[in-house]
Design a protein around this ligand. Structure first.
Ligand code: NAD
Length: 498
């Protein structure tokens, strides 16, 4: 268990923190080619943290050139997997060794509670790197069944230059789900963090170098989506583009790939997950606690947030009361206080988006029964009380659209058939939960849910050992597990006449 220190420790650490804000290209920190920067402000109190390099096309070109040269040199790409494993294990250990600093950067930058940064984000990132490193020298290629006078080899080959564009809600973890398998396979990598949370990515670059990753193999390109991100997505010498973010941007990136070199594109996109509670759930108190956590954790800024709570009619009143009580325990507070469980909203645009949906829900006829107001546990900060809407119809905007904030929609259903219809009536298909004591129903329902992850009698389980990704407009391909390597390699069939 991480040492969480106390508020005083983190406040003092925040004051003495020195923040690197430049891009990292070819093994060195550099300003953007034209010297442009953008302001990085903390949502905790809106104070200026850094002026960060605002990269654009020239910087993307430099990063891709360095990445390509490093790949061609073989300094990383042609190392035995066991050697890459050793370096990546050191990288993971360095992430752990610098956990306090990284956690503080994450919390200051995007506003999440320090306890979550420390125990979820940093630990999760270190584990993603170490688990993937451990796997890479245990994966075998294939020999095809052939006639005796031929040998058919089926081998995986690194792609070359991989670019990743990631969001701000779990900046380090989302990045690590990409760079760990990409690097393990031998690719060179360029990371474009969100302009809303670039700081940990920038710091990670120095740790990658310290671990022994050669210059040019791990590059970080901070900047906006329409500049740095677009330049990477349209680049003719990027072989693979991996993305986590909204469905709208994911679709645009697929167009960019088609307009350029048909680079491989792998998308982890949005979600509007249904959490379905039947009257025969084994423990309604636990179900209510987890339903509250499913929308309040990380201020609901979670792609798998259980934002649609489907409740069987016969228990709806009593169960919703339990959920309201459970949600009262999730209270916005100073993110630097280890006792805080709801942090700040990443920036004012996102806060206004959340408040806008709270207004819209009421205008469309749903009943706001708790929360939904802006609050200020820290002066000048961007915070909102978790909100619960009842009597929601699945076609209202608060149920159909991804809010990406702590706003729960409770929808009632009559029977299993109706529950399934409502749960699947979404453009998204990222995750879903189902609560029932009926084993047959649990299997039947889980199989029919259109979702990449399904949780039975729990919400948000998972590990590096299992794949993660979406059906429908939640994306394609999978992060985590051995399946993740598919994104970072081409399959080659080699036929040898004997
Ligand atoms: P976003 O789509 O606005 O931005 C994501 C990234 O794309 C950022 O780095 C941004 O700068 C970049 N970008 C924006 N426009 C671009 C363009 N035209 N060209 C290239 N890059 C561009 O998403 P966000 O607000 O940062 O994150 C929230 C979204 O991420 C939600 O939809 C959430 O569901 C999704 N998400 C999905 C998963 C998953 O695994 N499926 C995980 C976390 C978050």
């Amino acid at each position: 268990m991480a040492n969480l220190h106390d508020l005083g420790f983190w406040q003092a650490a925040a004051k003495s923190l020195s923040i690197e804000s430049r891009a990292f290209i070819n093994g060195a920190y550099v300003n953007s080619a034209d010297g442009a920067t953008f302001e990085c402000r903390s949502p905790i109190d809106q104070r200026l943290l850094a002026n960060v390099a605002a990269c654009d096309k020239a910087d993307a070109d430099a990063a891709v050139k360095a990445a390509r040269a490093a790949f061609e040199s073989g300094a990383w790409s042609e190392l035995p997997p066991a050697v890459r494993k050793k370096v990546l294990l050191k990288f993971s250990a360095l992430i752990e060794a610098n956990a306090d600093e990284l956690a503080l950067l994450e919390t200051l930058d995007m506003g999440k509670p320090i306890a979550d940064s420390r125990t979820v984000d940093i630990s999760g990132t270190a584990r993603a790197v170490s688990w993937t490193a451990e796997a890479i020298d245990k994966i075998y290629d294939e020999i095809a069944p052939t006639s005796p006078n031929e040998l058919g080899l089926v081998t995986r080959q690194a792609m070359g230059v991989v670019a990743a564009i990631v969001p701000w809600n779990f900046p380090m973890i989302m990045a690590s789900w990409k760079f760990a398998p990409a690097l393990a396979m031998g690719n060179s990598f360029i990371l474009k963090p969100s302009e809303k949370s670039p700081l940990t990515a920038i710091r990670l670059a120095a740790l990658a170098k310290e671990a022994g990753i050669p210059d040019g193999v791990f590059n970080v390109l901070p900047g906006y989506g329409h500049t740095a991100g677009k330049a990477l997505a349209l680049h003719m010498d990027v072989d693979t583009l991996v993305f986590t973010g909204s469905t709208g941007v994911a679709k645009q990136l697929m167009i960019y790939a088609g307009e350029s070199n048909m680079k491989r594109v792998w998308m982890e996109a949005g979600g509007k997950s249904a959490n379905v509670v039947f009257a025969d759930a084994p423990d309604l108190d636990k179900a209510a606690e987890e339903a509250a956590g499913a929308i309040c954790f990380n201020s609901g800024e979670v792609c798998t947030a259980g934002s649609r709570l489907l409740v069987e009619e016969s228990i709806a009143d009593a169960f919703t009361e339990k959920v309201r009580a459970a949600m009262k325990k999730w209270r916005p507070g100073n993110p630097l206080d280890p006792n805080t469980n709801v942090g700040a909203i990443v920036d004012d645009a996102q806060l206004q988006r959340v408040l806008g949906y709270v207004e819209k829900g009421q205008a469309e006829g749903a009943k706001l029964t708790q929360g939904g107001s802006q609050v200020a546990p820290v002066e000048g900060g961007l915070f909102v009380e978790p909100a619960i809407f009842e009597h929601v119809q699945n076609d209202m905007s608060i149920a159909a659209e991804e809010i990406f904030g702590p706003v729960l929609s409770v929808i009632r259903f009559k029977d299993e058939e109706e529950a399934l219809r409502i749960a699947n009536d979404s453009i998204y298909g990222l995750a879903a939960g189902v609560w029932t004591s009926n084993l047959s129903r649990a299997h039947r329902f889980a199989r029919k849910l259109q979702a990449g992850s399904v949780w039975v009698n729990q919400y948000d389980g998972g590990d590096m050992t299992a794949p993660f990704g979406g059906f429908k407009q939640s994306g394609n391909g999978r992060d985590k597990s051995l399946h993740a390597f598919d994104k970072y390699s081409e399959l080659k069939a080699t036929w040898i006449k004997l």
